[in-house]
Ligand binder design. Structure first.
Ligand SMILES: *Cc1c(COP(=O)(O)O)cnc(C)c1O
Length: 401
């Protein structure tokens, strides 16, 4: 389909060729392998002389369909689909780095990405340094002769701090480094890192791409020469996405633009409503004028995204109590769902960090992260307002005892 079609049209219309049944929606190709016409065809397939699918660990019509569409939406040349976001993050690094290499990464990374850098790569002699995402001036001084890759998440989780992708793209270019961006929070609808010079863009498709809390999946998109190496790595180490999940994710991409519009509209409404609330000491959202990087957010993101954070007055106990008094909003370890989800990072995802480490990534004791869903915004606000009131009463009583 024409490259000139709009994002929404490509998201809906890109699809693998029809089968002989001329189906409208893509069928699911649940097959481990594909047949050869004869021995010569088998030889030519394995020699990469002809195109086609051999075995679902290497490729499959559904995974091809999903990844070709996502690569087009991200504006990259090629891509590899993976079974989870973490297999995407891991493969994108492990395929391209070797012993003695160094990664410069933003400090606030998804928990398991942090574990890969600190617990797994260190065993294999791959080093890393963390840079503070909002202190761009520090980054260049942290580059070493053996630095090969820069890895970032923007906006960061749960700090919602940004890094200037244009500036970072130039820095990577100047030093000949691979710029790898986890674009899970923004999705290609809000932000296209490749347009600013990112060589690789990774996703947890589990989040906004599926968007309905149904499956785990991931993707690595990027320059053809790098993706060739990632494809080799994935083919032989096996993080393949199941055809069923690829089919689900490809269908989900059809509604990504409309879902993201609504996530962002609801999130902005809630952030604006909560800003200045007497029970909160801070509200953070990239498209709030009070966000320290509001101008940058306006420059590199279409809208502010589906996540907001706020700090409940009264610290850890009040933060937990706030969650306990929610009636509708889900308490679950996910984000980017149609359903609004609240988490309390200090007592859960980031509880193993020291107080100082938590503060370095912006996690105060009363911080609550909300992944804003697609319910009517007034119902979400009512639930938040009610839980703020109830948690105030509950923690006041406790303090007086
Ligand atoms: C969830 C998430 C991941 C990990 O993805 P999985 O699909 O859970 O493996 C990586 N990065 C970010 C920013 C995430 O939110």
């Amino acid at each position: 389909m024409s490259e000139k079609k709009h994002f929404e049209t490509q998201a809906v219309r890109i699809q693998t060729d029809n089968s002989l049944h001329r189906e409208h929606a893509a069928p699911i190709y649940m097959t481990s392998s594909f047949t050869f016409e004869d021995a010569e065809h088998a030889r030519a397939m394995f020699a990469d002389e002809v195109e086609g699918n051999i075995y679902t660990r290497f490729s499959n019509p559904n995974t091809n369909d999903f990844i070709e569409k996502l690569a087009r939406l991200e504006g990259t040349e090629d891509g590899v689909a993976t079974a989870s976001g973490m297999s995407a993050m891991f493969s994108s690094m492990a395929a391209l780095l070797q012993q003695g290499d160094h990664i410069l990464a933003s400090r606030s990374l998804f928990g398991s990405t942090h574990q890969i850098l600190t617990q797994i790569f260190t065993k294999w002699g791959i080093e890393h340094t963390y840079a503070d995402i909002d202190k761009a001036e520090m980054w260049e001084s942290l580059i070493r002769p053996n630095t090969k890759m820069i890895f970032v998440e923007t906006p960061s989780n749960p700090g919602l701090d940004l890094v200037d992708l244009e500036w970072l793209g130039e820095l990577a270019d100047h030093h000949g480094l691979i710029l790898n961006v986890d674009n899970c929070f923004a999705t290609p609808y809000l932000q296209k890192p490749a347009a600013y010079g990112a060589h690789l863009v990774c996703h947890s498709a589990t989040k906004f791409i599926d968007g309905q809390g149904r499956t785990i999946g991931g993707a690595i998109l990027g320059d053809r020469d790098l993706i060739e190496k990632v494809r080799f790595f994935a083919r032989h180490t096996g993080p393949a996405l199941s055809p069923f999940n690829a089919w689900l994710l490809s269908k989900s991409l059809e509604t990504l633009p409309v879902r993201m519009e609504k996530h962002c509209e609801n999130a902005l409404r809630i952030a604006e409503y909560l800003e200045g609330h007497e029970e909160l000491s801070a509200v953070k959202y990239p498209f709030l004028k009070s966000h320290p990087q509001y101008d940058l957010a306006q420059k590199q993101m279409k809208y502010g995204g589906g996540l907001i954070t706020f700090e409940v007055k009264g610290g850890l106990e009040r933060g937990k109590s706030f969650l306990d008094h929610l009636n509708m909003i889900s308490l679950t370890a996910n984000l980017g769902d149609t359903r609004t989800i609240a988490t309390h990072p200090a007592s859960t995802t980031h509880s193993k960090l020291t107080d100082e480490e938590r503060l370095q990534v912006g996690i105060t004791p009363g911080l609550v992260r909300v992944s804003v869903g697609l319910e009517n915004v007034n119902d979400i606000l009512e639930d938040i307002e009610n839980a703020l009131g109830q948690s105030k009463l509950a923690t006041t009583v406790v303090n007086e005892l």
